[in-house]
Design a protein around this ligand. Structure first.
Ligand SMILES: O=C(O)/C=C/C(=O)CC(=O)CC(=O)O
Ligand SMILES: [Ca+2]
Ligand SMILES: [Mg+2]
Length: 433
C-alpha cells in the first residue's frame, strides 16, 4: 500500500533526519534498544536519522494508538508482529505524524535519544530460522564449485530449496564471530582432520521476519503470503566452506553454518517497502512455470540495492575506510519471491510464527562484481582479491570486519536504508588443548 507516509517531500523535524541515507521519516523501522548508561532494560524503538525514539515511552504517554500499548511495552517485537497488519499500519501512520509535524516536537523529545548512546538488540525472540537458496546465480556458481558436473540440480526451478538453520546462534550486527572448528578433508586426503576452519566465508542475504501465526496443518495461500512478512533485515549466513564441502552430503549444511548468523537490528517493515515492490523477473524461455500453489500475481518481487564491504585489521590501523567487495540488486538475484518462500514453507502445513526468521539464500547477481560470497568472488579460493594496504583475500582472516548494506531506491520516492549488518572474525578458541 502506497500512501502519504511515502511522500518524498515529507521531512522530519529531528536534526539530521531530512535526507538521511538510511532512516528518513519514510522508513520508520522497528527495533529494540537499551541505554548504554542508565536503564539497560530492552525497549521497542524506531530509528529517525541518527536518533532512536522509545516507543514504549511514547505509548505510556498516550501518544500512540491505545491498543498497541501492551505490545509496545515488551522487550521484543514478537507481540507487536502477532497483531493484525492493520495495527502496524496504524503505528506507522502515528509515528509519521509525530515525527514529521513540528507541532509534536515537545511530545516526542523526552523519548528521543542519540543512536550513539544506545545499544541495539535482536529484535525478536526467534522461534525458528530457515535458510533458502533462491539466488539462482549463487546456486549455479556454488553448485559448479561443489559439483562441477551437476551445478543446478533438477529440482531447483520447481521448488524453493531450503534447509533448517539454527535460531540459537543468530546474533545482532556488531557481535563478534569466533572462527569455528570442524572436520576438514582436503579432496586428496585419505581422512579428515579436526581443525579451525580455513575457508571462512560470508553470505549476503535478506532475512524475512514472519508476522502472525498459522496453525499446524493450515498452509498459507500464496495470495496472502505477503501479509505474513512483517519486514526485512540483512542476514549474513557465515559459512565454513571446508567444513561444508565434507559434511553436506546427504542432509545439507549443518555445523558449517550454525556457528553464527548475523542480522541487522532494524526491521524494515513491509509497509515501508511497499513502493519498492515490483514484478518478478520473467522466467527465461524454457523454464517451467511454478505449480499452482506457488503461482503469484502482481508485484511480488523486491528491488533492493545490495553491497558488501570488508575492512581488515591492517586497513583499520592505517585509517582506511572499508573496501567494497560487491554490489548488486535483489531483483536480479532472486528466482523465487518472498511470498513464494513463505507459501512453500507452509505448504505442507508447517506452522510459521511471529518472529520466525527466513533467509532468502545468497543474493549474487549475474555478474562477477555482484557475487554475495567470497567463495564466488575468489572462484573457489583460486583467485585472491587484491585489497588496499597490499593485502589480498581468498577467504576471511582473523580481525576482518565484513559488512552487508542494503537500500531501497526508486525514482519519485525517498531512499530508505537497512543500516549495516556487521561482524568481525575472532581467532578460533583452543578447547581441545
Ligand atoms: O550445496 C550447495 O549447493 C550449497 C548450499 C549452500 O551453501 C546452502 C546455502 O546457505 C544457500 C544460500 O545461501 O544460497
Ligand atoms: Ca545461506
Ligand atoms: Mg548460519
Amino acid at each position: 500500500m502506497i500512501d502519504h507516509t511515502h511522500d518524498p517531500r515529507a521531512q522530519s523535524w529531528v536534526d539530521g533526519a531530512a535526507g538521511h541515507p538510511d532512516f528518513p521519516v519514510q522508513n520508520l523501522p522497528l527495533g529494540v534498544f537499551s541505554h548504554k548508561n542508565g536503564d539497560t532494560a530492552p525497549r521497542i524503538a524506531t530509528a529517525i536519522g541518527d536518533h532512536v525514539v522509545d516507543l514504549a515511552g511514547l505509548a505510556a504517554d498516550g501518544a500512540l494508538p491505545a491498543g498497541l500499548a501492551t505490545a509496545l511495552a515488551q522487550p521484543t517485537l514478537n507481540a507487536l508482529f502477532r497483531l493484525a497488519e492493520a495495527d502496524r499500519v496504524a503505528l506507522r501512520h502515528a509515528l509519521f505524524a509525530l515525527l514529521s509535524s513540528e507541532r509534536c516536537r515537545l511530545k516526542v523529545t523526552p523519548h528521543l535519544y542519540p543512536a550513539a548512546d544506545v545499544v541495539l538488540h535482536l529484535p525478536f525472540a526467534i522461534g525458528d530460522y530457515t535458510d533458502f537458496y533462491v539466488g539462482i546465480h549463487h546456486a549455479t556458481a556454488i553448485g559448479k564449485l561443489f559439483r562441477p558436473d551437476n551445478p543446478l540440480l533438477p529440482n531447483y526451478k520447481h521448488v524453493p530449496i531450503g534447509y533448517h538453520g539454527r535460531a540459537s546462534s543468530v546474533r545482532v550486527s556488531g557481535t563478534q564471530v569466533v572462527r569455528p572448528w570442524g572436520q576438514l578433508k582436503a579432496p586428496d586426503a585419505d581422512a579428515p582432520v579436526h581443525a579451525p576452519c580455513r575457508r571462512l566465508d560470508h553470505e549476503l542475504e535478506l532475512g524475512l521476519w514472519i508476522a502472525g501465526d498459522n496453525d499446524l496443518g493450515a498452509p498459507v495461500p500464496i495470495g496472502t503470503a505477503w501479509e505474513r512478512i512483517g519486514g526485512l533485515c540483512l542476514l549474513n549466513d557465515w559459512s565454513a566452506r571446508d567444513i561444508q564441502a565434507w559434511e553436506y552430503q546427504p542432509l545439507g549444511p549443518f555445523l558449517a553454518k550454525n556457528f553464527a548468523t548475523t542480522v541487522s537490528p532494524w526491521v524494515i517493515t513491509a509497509q515501508a517497502l511497499a513502493p519498492f515492490r515490483t514484478a518478478p523477473q520473467p522466467r527465461p524461455a524454457g523454464d517451467p512455470q511454478p505449480l499452482p500453489y506457488l503461482r503469484e500475481e502482481g508485484e511480488g518481487a523486491l528491488a533492493i540495492t545490495l553491497e558488501t564491504t570488508l575492512r581488515t585489521a591492517a586497513m583499520r590501523a592505517a585509517g582506511l575506510p572499508p573496501h567494497r567487495l560487491s554490489h548488486g540488486n535483489s531483483h536480479a538475484a532472486m528466482y523465487w519471491t518472498p511470498a513464494q518462500i513463505v507459501a512453500h514453507h507452509a505448504s505442507n502445513g508447517c506452522d510459521l510464527h511471529a518472529g520466525d526468521l527466513l533467509g532468502t539464500g545468497t543474493l549474487s547477481g549475474p555478474t562477477p562484481e555482484s557475487a554475495g560470497s567470497l567463495m564466488e568472488l575468489s572462484q573457489g579460493g583460486k583467485v585472491p582479491l587484491p585489497l588496499p594496504c597490499g593485502e589480498s583475500r581468498t577467504f576471511l582472516e582473523d580481525g576482518d570486519e565484513l559488512a552487508l548494506h542494503a537500500r531501497a531506491e526508486r525514482d519519485g520516492f525517498a531512499t530508505i536504508g537497512f543500516g549495516p549488518c556487521v561482524g568481525q572474525i575472532m581467532p578460533a578458541r583452543q578447547p581441545w588443548a
